[in-house]
Ligand binder design. Sequence first.
Ligand SMILES: NC(=O)c1ccc[n+]([C@@H]2O[C@H](COP(=O)([O-])OP(=O)(O)OC[C@H]3O[C@@H](n4cnc5c(N)ncnc54)[C@H](OP(=O)(O)O)[C@@H]3O)[C@@H](O)[C@H]2O)c1
Length: 359
Amino acid sequence: MKAAVLKAFGTPLAIETVPDPILGTGEVIVDVVATGVLAYANEVLSGERQYLLDLPVIPGPGAIGRVRATGPDATHLIPGDWVYCDPTVRSRDDALSPDITLQGLSAGGEGGLRLQKYFRDGSWAEQMRVPTENAIRIGSLDEADAARWCVLGRILVPYGGLLAARLQAGETILINGATGSFGSAGVAVALAMGAGRVVATGRNVKLLEDLARWFGPRLHTVAMCGNEEDDRGRILEAAAGPIDCVLDLLPPAASTVQVRAAIMAVRPYGRVVLMGGVGMLGGAGLDLPYPWIMRNCISIHGQWMYPPEATTQMVRLIRAGLINLDHYAITTFDLDNANEAVAHAASKVSPFTMTVIRP
Ligand SMILES: NC(=O)c1ccc[n+]([C@@H]2O[C@H](COP(=O)([O-])OP(=O)(O)OC[C@H]3O[C@@H](n4cnc5c(N)ncnc54)[C@H](OP(=O)(O)O)[C@@H]3O)[C@@H](O)[C@H]2O)c1
């Protein structure tokens, strides 16, 4: 099969013919129809992000495709089914604390690296092999819409955070980093889940205005200036009442001061979910006051990706019309132009753009 292969960090992807994946028990082979490119894929492939990724590898986290073959343990999947290949691969030999590797992207630690030795290659290829439970049926779709369905990989991330935050209909949620790819998706998902008020922060005033125009009266934007007290003051003003939960999705370049400005706006007994990349490349710690957490009964929850059942639940939200995939402007590339796709994704101008490779 044809695949894009990363042989060394900082070198272009090699587009070449590699052996087809071989099916084992507990696995599914999927014909990849469309696969998304992260806006920061360039930073992963250059090594700048320092992600744990053993080379050589076929990159690419997640795909929309059709089942080609199943192992003997599959009781529902059949060849031809449309599936989302969830890149969140969990080890199966410790139900309490499974190791995680994101297939084709990054391992979570030493255990994740061991898992990555086997569930290694991602989706920038004509076929991929995934654990049976990671090939999740999404129902029938027109092949022309496969690229649009790659948006699933984008919106599932903040959905994982909002599920972890136990967001209830009518509540007020603050999304920190709302002008970003995942943050803006978080705004869309929070509104779909029935949030009464979404407070959206960012420094880019133009994008905040776009968000306000797209999402209407339940959205309230806050332009952040970098001064913790001032920013928190404006957040509380925009919330016009208690903030029930905070979802942070800032990138590694952001500071912990920016995170703290948002977190400490949560109400007593509120819930905070951290999903961003802050601190991944070092820097100051979060430094939250112990008494503030204790006396206010604050819950702080870290969340990597989303639970296994989230995909099926999100497909229902999409099919019910609560999430509109047409919101996204999709640019597609074929596999031969995978390097161009990575460069294009990095140059995105709006949070509601998506770059897709169609093998
Ligand atoms: N936990 C998970 O499962 C998971 C999954 C995927 C990604 N992530 C993390 O989520 C992070 C965000 O990803 P993304 O693709 O949404 O990033 P992005 O599109 O670059 O968005 C970054 C957001 O942060 C804001 N920001 C604030 N300070 C910034 C600074 N100093 N430099 C750059 N941006 C700053 C940006 O908006 P303004 O410029 O308007 O401030 C924007 O709202 C990733 O870096 C990754 O680490 C986590």
